[in-house]
Design a protein around this ligand. Structure first.
Ligand code: GRG
Length: 295
């Protein structure tokens, strides 16, 4: 990947959109058309495609190309998690990416099925990816680890268990390392697997993803506190009204900003394992960009 970060982000988003548009094609006359429509509604709808970007950038830092299926698999798990996160039994949000949440546009049962189907499609993609069998198997194993009870699902459980209850900094850290950091770590590791990275580079990729996720979540909390719904694409001020423990509530906004910057710096330190800064230049830029984002 070359050029500015904005161009590179746009290129990955277009590439991911085009791949998913083909992959998620269906026969509108089929009896399950409503399910396919719900799947496409939440997969082809203007996500920033940060996780595919991270996967492509790690492969790039190792001088390799990434099978599109690896990037798309991580993104589909992310899309599934957003659909399920918005359900009344979870975060209960009516809006996502600036439009009605999947269960509002369709219905709860269809939204649950769309998430289920996306999860399964993600692993099908990895099984069929255009790369060596050993890389496909390792990618599936790592993504399963990070998406499941040891990772994102576990983080969501911690979140649910502490909503409306006191949570200290340790609880929040584990929650967000898993809920947000795990899938970013998966993206970084899948890129590293595609690039034939060493065990030390795999470890650094995981560290990068988790630290980036922590910084990302802290910025998210600050945006929820300060942002408008138009800017963030979902209901603003929701954390406080939903009784969520957040970093600003626990530590104050200034300290949250300081902590986010420290995690962001930690993420960049992990990139040292990928040689001189030039190879991973876009990852350094992405890390700074996500810390400074306003939406
Ligand atoms: C269905 C595998 C599966 C999991 C269910 C619901 C759940 C468990 C987990 C939810 C985890 C969650 C919503 C974490 C927050 C992740 C996050 C930071 C989302 C926002 O990411 P962006 O800004 O979103 O990259 P876009 O819209 O750009 O894709």
């Amino acid at each position: 990947m070359n050029g500015s970060l904005t161009d590179a982000l746009q290129a990955v988003a277009s590439r991911t959109d085009a791949f998913l548009d083909r992959f998620l094609a269906y026969d509108p006359g089929c009896r399950a058309a409503r399910l396919f429509e719900a799947i496409r509604y939440s997969s082809l709808d203007g996500g920033k495609r940060i996780r595919p970007f991270v996967a492509f950038a790690f492969a790039d830092a190792l001088g390799a190309s990434l099978p599109d299926e690896f990037a798309a698999a991580v993104e589909l798990i992310h899309c599934a998690s957003l659909i399920h996160d918005d359900l009344p039994a979870m975060d209960n949000d009516d809006f996502r990416r600036g439009k009605p949440a999947n269960h509002k546009k369709f219905d709860e049962a269809t939204a649950i099925l769309a998430g289920d189907a996306l999860l399964i499609k993600a692993f099908g993609l990895l099984a069929d990816a255009d790369t060596e069998a050993e890389k496909r198997a390792r990618a599936a194993s790592r993504l399963a680890f990070y998406a499941g009870a040891d990772g994102m699902c576990g983080g969501q459980q911690i979140d649910l268990d502490h909503t409306g209850r006191a949570a200290d900094g340790d609880v929040l850290r584990e929650q967000d390392e898993k809920k947000t950091g795990a899938l970013l770590a998966a993206a970084a590791e899948l890129g590293t697997i595609a690039g034939g990275g060493s065990p030390a580079q795999m470890k650094a990729a995981a560290q990068y993803g988790v630290a980036l996720g922590m910084a990302f979540q802290m910025v998210d909390d600050l945006l929820d506190l300060r942002g408008s719904a138009a800017a963030i694409g979902k209901t603003a001020g929701k954390d406080a009204s939903a009784g969520k423990a957040t970093y600003p509530a626990l530590f104050g906004a200034d300290e949250t900003e300081r902590l986010a910057a420290a995690y962001s710096a930690q993420a960049k330190e992990a990139l040292d394992a990928f040689g001189d800064g030039a190879k991973a230049a876009l990852l350094y830029e992405l890390t700074d960009f996500l810390l400074a984002r306003d939406r």
